[in-house]
Ligand binder design. Structure first.
Ligand code: PHE
Length: 339
């Protein structure tokens, strides 16, 4: 018996395996129910009493040795097999750091989402535009100051090619290829020739909206904007429309919302006024409809436009506009939970 155990110990010590199948075959050969070591253990009953202690110890030694040896072989072939695969065993076990959405993307998505629920579809267009889509089709007079070099970036080789200064150009592109009903929302980056400071930048982002159909009225505009303001800033939010002027709308208005911090009582955010200006809007000037191939005797429409940075500032109280375009991860990380 002891000889047999000794022979098995030597055998087990010398075991080798090239792959997982061979390891499994060895496990079956020695340790399974019908394995050789199991057979030796079954014979233990027949060992004379005075030998039991020694034989028992040797059997235990054999069994433990076999288990350790087979486990070690299994680990070895696994490492070899994964070394040739895509698994990167040197990768850090710590979780990979996740990025966060940009605050302007978060706010843009929210605005688009609110208007999508009211039936607006998304429209996008080029940032490098021609004068027609940015200004002429929008009823800007030839000598309008916005066309000035101080406000508009020109692409030097083409005096007619500019960087769009508002996304109204996308509305023009929609109107020229589609008859009413039109209900679109146009988000995008726009450029203005301004000195960069905490309060102004040479590019920023807008969302403009356009609705053209039969019998569209100012009351429709007001209701849609009220709903938007309440979805964006909370159901207690009030709106106020003040007369204004834009070349492409008549009548035109600027819209304020009740202060998002003090609710209208007056605080440092709203400079004591209780109101915060957030967008421009109005009824589409019939001249704009005609310039874009839409019959202004049949159709009316409204339009509105807002700066995404402005809305983001109200939501997150970002004091310096430049933070939005500097890609400082300490700033961007603050919006992780808002994703
Ligand atoms: N296009 C205007 C701007 O750039 C915003 C606006 C859009 C105003 C539509 C009224 C109607 O500032």
């Amino acid at each position: 018996m002891l000889e047999k155990i000794q022979k098995l110990i030597e055998e087990v010590n010398a075991l080798q395996a090239k792959n997982a199948e061979e390891v499994e075959a060895l496990r079956i050969k020695y340790l399974s129910k019908k394995g050789e070591i199991t057979a030796v253990m079954a014979d233990f009953r027949t060992v004379p009493a005075e030998m039991k202690k020694e034989v028992g110890m040797r059997i235990n030694e054999l069994k433990n040795l076999a288990q350790e040896k087979i486990n070690a072989l299994r680990d070895a072939v696994q490492v070899e097999q994964t070394a040739g695969s895509d698994l990167d065993l040197t990768r850090t076990p710590y979780p990979v750091k996740l990025g966060a959405r940009h605050p302007l993307t978060i706010v843009k998505n929210e605005i688009v989402d609110i208007f999508s629920r009211m039936g607006f579809t998304l429209a996008e267009g080029p940032e490098v535009e021609d004068d027609w889509h940015v200004y002429s089709s929008m009823n800007f007079a030839d000598d309008h100051p916005a066309r000035d070099m101080q406000d508009t970036f020109f692409v030097e080789a083409h005096p007619d090619i500019i960087l769009r200064s508002h996304t109204s150009s996308v509305q023009a592109r929609v109107m020229e290829r589609q008859q009413p009903p039109i209900r679109v929302i146009c988000p995008g980056r726009v450029y203005r020739n301004e000195a960069v400071s905490a309060r102004a930048h040479c590019f920023f982002h807008q969302v403009e909206g356009l609705y053209v159909d039969k019998n569209v009225s100012f009351a429709d505009l007001k209701q849609v904007l009220l709903l938007f303001a309440q979805e964006m800033f909370g159901t207690d939010t009030k709106i106020r429309l003040r007369p204004s002027y834009f070349p492409f709308t008549e009548p035109s208005a600027e819209m304020d919302v009740s202060c998002t911090i003090c609710g209208g009582k007056g605080c440092s955010m709203c400079k004591g006024a209780g109101w915060l200006e957030i967008l421009g809007c109005g009824m589409v000037d019939p001249a704009v409809l005609e310039a874009n191939g839409i019959d202004s005797t049949q159709y009316t429409g409204y339009a509105f436009g807002m700066g995404i940075e402005r809305i983001a500032n109200l939501k997150y109280q970002v004091k310096d506009l430049r933070l939005f375009s500097e890609n400082d991860v300490r700033f961007l990380d603050e919006f992780k939970s808002a994703n």
